[in-house]
Design a protein around this ligand. Structure first.
Ligand code: DGL
Length: 283
């Protein structure tokens, strides 16, 4: 491994990737996390595919130069389902993408009906359709896209109230078919942050699954040649850094609470890519 402490760059449009970062930290407590919330163009779920592809292809090289990660985790289904291939062609750093857990859901269901709860962008993706055709051809798959849940998850992490009636309304289309799903795939990294509220809004016994644990296992596999030195301790708060790509009021509110999620060092950059490029050329 190139660095004494492996660094993982975890990337999302907002704070959803924290649900993945938590799993990574559990699996790899000695690693350093560098988290980026691309709040300058949040939310991703309602953006055109080409906007996301161009954005990530432009932003990621600057972030790599800044953080020198050993692994990049695109902790965003909306982006991963459209950008992984061009991104991998652009860098030699291993990239782990987060995509909806259709395959495990299809293996776990007993009723044969599963649901995908994701952003409006993700539910429309050809990538997702291919996952369904390959791994769940025997299942009925109900797809529900919600941008509102993403905002509710952001509110929750900002310490604001969550609107559970709105959550119930957003989830209602999951239950209108003849056979309700017995397994719901949380295909947006923001949604595990609302798993308690989602559970309360759904009938008892419905299983929720997400990709966080599988991503952490993949990261551990990629780092298997690395072992913490005998004297090493788990990373402390100060080793982990959180960066917002825009200095906004919601980001400032969130910044005050990020220590609760393992990040003490928070940077808000006012001018996205330009400022990052300047920082990089100054070092
Ligand atoms: N957390 C992201 C995902 O997994 C995207 C949320 C958004 O910005 O719409 O899809």
């Amino acid at each position: 491994m190139s660095t004494p402490t492996p660094t993982l760059l975890v990337f999302d449009s907002g704070v959803g990737g924290i649900s993945v970062a938590d799993e990574i930290r559990r699996a790899l407590p000695h690693c350093r996390l560098f988290y980026v919330a691309d709040n300058a163009i949040f939310p991703y779920g309602t953006q055109e595919e080409s906007v996301l592809v161009n954005r990530l292809l432009e932003l990621l090289p600057h972030l790599e130069q800044y953080a020198h990660p050993d692994i990049i985790v695109i902790a965003c289904n909306t982006a991963s389902t459209v950008v992984l291939e061009p991104l991998r062609a652009q860098t030699r750093t291993p990239i782990i993408g987060v995509v909806p857990a259709i395959k495990p859901a299809a293996q776990l269901t007993s009723s044969g009906t599963i649901a995908l709860l994701a952003t409006p962008g993700t539910v429309k993706r050809q990538y997702v359709q291919r996952l369904i055709e390959e791994f769940a051809p025997h299942c009925q798959v109900i797809k529900v896209g919600s941008a509102e849940l993403v905002h509710q998850a952001e509110n929750k992490l900002r310490g604001l109230p969550v609107d559970e009636e709105l959550i119930a309304r957003e989830l209602a289309p999951l239950l209108t078919g003849q056979t309700p799903p017995d397994t719901v795939v949380l295909g947006c990294t923001h949604f595990p942050l609302l798993s308690e509220e989602i559970r309360r809004a759904l009938p008892a016994g419905i299983r929720l699954i997400d990709s966080g644990d599988a991503i952490a296992r993949r990261a551990r596999f990629l780092l298997q040649d690395w072992h913490p030195p005998v004297t090493s301790r788990p990373t402390t708060l100060n080793d982990n850094e959180f960066l917002f790509t825009a200095d906004t009021e919601p980001a400032r509110q969130m910044a005050k609470r990020l220590h609760l999620h393992g990040f003490d060092k928070v940077r808000l950059i006012a001018n996205g890519i330009t400022e990052l490029a300047q920082k990089n050329s100054a070092t």
